[in-house]
Design a protein around this ligand. Structure first.
Ligand code: G6P
Length: 487
């Protein structure tokens, strides 16, 4: 195993540093291993780009492949600082601790979390490397914004190294109830790691509540409304803020794509290539056990079996993009889903029509918007989901005010989108009725609901999300300086 070198010491010039497991770029291989970089499609990148430019920003993250050493480089106005991970670290920190322990535990143990001490050791080591790389580039008195569950220890590590910084952390996934959280052998260290931040953001009010409860139960710190009183090593105290900042999408870029004639023509082409069914149902997910893909297929298969729908009239398109393919639970899920698709299609397909068009692939945003425009019903049936941005992408794309969103109450988006048809994905009969209601919904009702949904998504877009989080961090900075001036 080759030990990655520590990141090069750099000038401390970045006023704003974003720290995330992944860099906001993907490597494009060109055969001779040199390759270039392409901006990754996520909304976070788009939202932060203008802020990063203004603030002389830097982004610290992993380039996405093991054992590659890349020097810091400039990309579209942002200074990118790659953090190298060895193959062993990818296995223990990323696949193990992040995605086989935290991910299932935080999603209400839909899959069984595994607690391995060697994974935890790697997690601590890698979090320290991220914290060191950040401490080396952040400007004096600057702001750092740490992203997600892969890096929960970074806030406190950074505070120890650089008490001058204002530190934010945003948790993109759910934070579970204390009864589940308390399974974690390192439950105390993780809470302490997160509380190194001045502002700790969650998707839903319930997540922030679960976090505050864990802090009270485990650390006995006082919490009041969104404020948590955290003791300093010198016996004084400081205040951390823990509250909801529901994330969103760059709605205008979806609207723009939905207006493009080539995208609209593609939507028509998709409908035709499916044999022009009366209704197209659509699921778009990372292939993940939290998404309720099996439950959705069970409901759809039963509707065919019951004769309430037929393959001539209704097709389900399921895009399941490959994800975390070396983690056992994901391999198992893929097998189960592919078996189910094969069975349903085998039982119901005709020469001309298919029940489920299953695509284990990822597509560019243009193709996704074309699919959204082609789909009469969007099925979001997550068993647990921090937010679910696909629900918002579908809504933003429907500039025609048509289409129906069926949305699980266990997705964070349900808090903001009450005009969707709400479902409990564990209740298969209820889900079947909801799907039928969506299929049969008159155009006028579709329009009413879709207009309300669109209003919400367009108002609360990702630019507003990042602004409100950074404003809260600014307040925290002012408060700290005020406190210092008084002391
Ligand atoms: C979720 C997480 C992100 C993660 C993404 C893709 O949305 O909240 O932190 O980046 O899934 O997963 P991956 O493991 O491929 O980064």
């Amino acid at each position: 195993m080759t030990e990655p070198h520590p990141p090069a010491e750099r000038d401390r010039t970045a006023e704003l540093v974003v720290v995330a497991n992944r860099l906001p770029v993907d490597r494009i291989a060109d055969g001779d291993d040199e390759g270039g970089w392409r901006r990754s499609p996520g909304g976070l990148v788009t939202a932060l780009e203008p802020v990063m430019r203004r603030a002389d920003g830097a982004w610290v993250g992993w380039p996405g492949q093991p054992d590659i050493e890349v020097e810091p480089f400039e990309f579209e106005g942002t200074h990118l600082v790659p953090v190298a991970l060895s193959a062993d670290e990818v296995e223990k920190y990323y696949e193990g601790m992040s995605n086989d322990t935290f991910w299932p535990l935080y999603h209400d143990v839909i899959a069984e979390p595994r607690y391995r001490r060697v994974w935890w050791d790697a997690y601590v080591r890698v979090n320290r490397r991220f914290a060191e790389a950040t401490a080396a580039i952040a400007a004096p008195g600057g702001t750092v914004w740490v992203q997600d569950y892969q890096l929960q220890l970074v806030p406190q590590m950074l505070r120890d190294a650089r008490p001058d910084l204002t530190i934010g952390y945003f948790h993109h996934i759910p934070f579970p109830a204390y009864g589940l959280y308390s399974q974690l052998p390192w439950r105390r260290q993780v809470l302490e790691g997160l509380l190194g931040a001045d502002v700790i953001g969650f998707q839903r009010v319930a997540d922030a509540g679960n976090f505050a409860r864990a802090v009270r139960r485990q650390l006995r710190y006082e919490t009041k409304a969104s404020g948590i009183t955290v003791p300093n090593p010198d016996g004084s105290t400081r205040r951390a803020l823990a509250r909801a900042f529901p994330i969103s999408i760059d709605a205008s870029s979806y609207i723009e794509l939905a207006r493009r004639p080539d995208v609209r023509a593609r939507a028509q082409e998709i409908r035709e290539s499916l044999g022009n069914p009366k209704k197209i149902l659509l699921g778009v997910d990372r292939l993940d056990y939290t998404k309720g893909i099996r439950h959705r297929m069970k409901a759809f298969g039963e509707l065919l079996e019951d004769g309430r729908i037929s393959v001539e009239d209704v097709t389900l398109v399921q895009v399941a993009s490959p994800s975390r393919e070396r983690v056992e639970a994901y391999m198992q899920l893929r097998d189960e889903i592919e078996l189910t698709v094969g069975r349903i299609n085998g039982d119901f397909d005709t020469m001309d029509h298919t029940a489920i068009r299953y695509l284990h692939q990822a597509y560019p945003r243009e193709e996704m918007v074309a699919l959204f425009l082609a789909a009469d019903v969007m099925l979001v049936t997550a068993l647990r989901d921090g937010m679910n941005l696909v629900a918002k992408e579908y809504v933003a794309s429907r500039i025609d005010n048509r289409g129906v969103l069926v949305l699980s109450e266990f997705a964070g988006a349900a808090d903001e989108l009450p005009s969707a048809i709400r479902i409990n994905p564990h209740d298969i009969d209820g889900m079947k009725d909801a799907i039928m209601r969506a299929i049969d919904m008159p155009a006028a009702e579709q329009g009413r609901r879709m207009r309300a949904l669109r209003k919400k998504v367009i108002e609360a877009d990702v630019a507003r999300w990042s602004r409100s989080f950074l404003d809260a961090l600014d307040d925290a900075r002012r408060q700290r300086h005020g406190e210092r001036a008084q002391a």
